[in-house]
Design a protein. Structure first.
Length: 262
């Protein structure tokens, strides 16, 4: 497997691979946050704009700033945005290109485990929100087997292979999220678990979606055909099916929220 960092540069591929999952978890997350209308939002690590669009559709925001390091992802986010209330800027979660106190709410969707120093990313979110503003995140519980592609990871492990994962999967553990939020001196800290299900008509549809993930596709492409076929067959055997024979896979995320001190 490669030691290169996982990069997402294809917005359309990301939408099929993870954007749909993000919206499923994001719906539950926003119900939990229950934000007021007319807020100024920052979407940290906005990627292809999947969560940005959910904010625009559901939260009646005054404005949204989406920040992401990938210009390819940002180009897709700009092309899909129709509400006219979001702008997108290239930047790092650890150094947001925004003024202190310029937002009412900062969110980070499926990103915290990619941030080299999660505490620094949370500190930046706290910096850009006003006193009393909201700082929140949701992320797959990767260390707790909550990731959507976990059956493939298990099959690879059984074949002596290690799938490439984000560098800080520990950050998405629920207890660690609470600790990070409290260490940032945020107030009214709360956490919760989010469980979502996504149906796939066939295992092939599930597999093809997963193979759009840079952390999987690159490593598996290097394997002999027989090994790849065995991993694929074992992954399928691990998949749950409903009464109609469809694959309905359940993924689990953890969420945290807190308020910047007044």
């Amino acid at each position: 497997m490669t030691d290169e960092p996982i990069r997402f540069d294809d917005g359309a591929a990301y939408e099929e691979m993870m954007g749909k999952w993000s919206r499923l978890a994001g719906e539950v997350f926003l119900d939990w946050l229950h934000p007021a209308p007319n807020l100024r939002w920052v979407d940290v690590g906005c990627g292809n704009g999947a969560f940005t669009e959910l904010l625009a559709e559901r939260c009646t925001p005054q404005s949204i700033v989406g920040v992401d390091p990938s210009e390819g992802q940002l180009a897709y986010a700009r092309s899909r945005h129709r509400a006219g209330i979001a702008r997108f800027a290239q930047g790092s979660a650890q150094s947001l290109p925004l003024e202190t106190g310029s937002a009412d709410a900062a969110s980070m969707a499926l990103v915290i485990f990619f941030v080299p120093d999660p505490a620094a990313g949370i500190a930046e979110m706290r910096r850009v929100v006003r006193p009393g503003g909201t700082v929140a995140t949701y992320a797959w519980d990767m260390a707790g087997d909550g990731f959507p592609w976990e059956p493939i990871y298990v099959a690879m492990h059984e074949h002596g292979l290690t799938a490439q994962r984000p560098p800080r999967i520990d950050a998405s553990n629920r207890q660690n999220l609470e600790r990070l939020w409290r260490d940032a001196r945020l107030e009214q800290v709360a956490t919760r678990e989010i469980i979502v299900e996504r149906p796939f008509a066939t295992f092939e549809a599930f597999w093809n979606s997963a193979m759009l993930a840079p952390g999987l596709k690159g490593g598996l492409a290097q394997q002999p055909a027989a090994t790849l076929a065995s991993i694929k067959a074992r992954s399928e055997a691990l998949m749950p099916r409903d009464a109609a024979g469809r694959i309905v896979y359940r993924a689990r995320a953890n969420a945290a929220k807190g308020t910047a001190p007044q």
